[in-house]
Write a protein that binds this ligand. Sequence first.
Ligand SMILES: [Zn+2]
Length: 279
Amino acid sequence: MTEIIQLDEEILDGAPTINLSRRGLVCGLAAGTVFPFVVSGCTTNPYTGEQELNLYGEAQIAEMAATAWSDLKSGTPQSSNPELRNTVLRTWNRIEKATPKAGEQWDVAVFDTDDVNAFVMPGNRVGVYRGIVDLAENDDQLSAVLGHEVGHAVYRHAGRRMTRATIAQTALVAGQVAVVASDELRQYGDLIVGLGGAAVQFGVVLPYSRQSELEADRAGVDYMYQAGYDVRQSVRLWELMDAQGSGSRPPEFMSTHPEPARRAAELTNYINAKGYALI
Ligand SMILES: [Zn+2]
């Protein structure tokens, strides 16, 4: 029996024939009926209090990302410019205190390349490139970038994405049978472990879903507000991204974080609705 299940926007490259639906990946009744085995992956996110489907423990994915992180740090020049580093670190220190992950151990790297980009990796690792610091007109805008990245970590988006990737792979190997009994999952335990390298790719390289990006945007604005930054500058940042994107070389942050104009509009609505400011 082959069952094709609808997915939202998160279709995985190389896995075109099995589409995993959010409905199938939500904890609880739907997960129990569509993917019986995924019930075992339902956990409570300690930062949000929400139930989520995550087959990977945080420590496990942090370990998986360790090599990718050290490779990146050794293969990319880090900035020794004290002014640039100070800008990033003072903004980081202020916004981090306003997040649910305040006081945790973080590794923040400032890379000395033109890339207009920033990212977070499992294990509280944040990378910021000179290009995006240069684009930002002030600390408020930079805090929007950093808050957004912490938002991804708070919502454990990497684990969520890797979970989907793993289930997609498992379902494919199972002969495109999307309904997998819990006993059968055990047979694929080794496969999931063997996916480690690929899973890191899914966890680090693939873009997040639009839903995850919006979640991180909103979280970032919450942290900006808590930290006393001007939340309106988050919208301005996306306008700058949009303007830059009309040039010859689109900024990377935008290519992995699409639809800047729409996101600026969504952020504006959110900021107004929360009463943080009137835009
Ligand atoms: Zn993002």
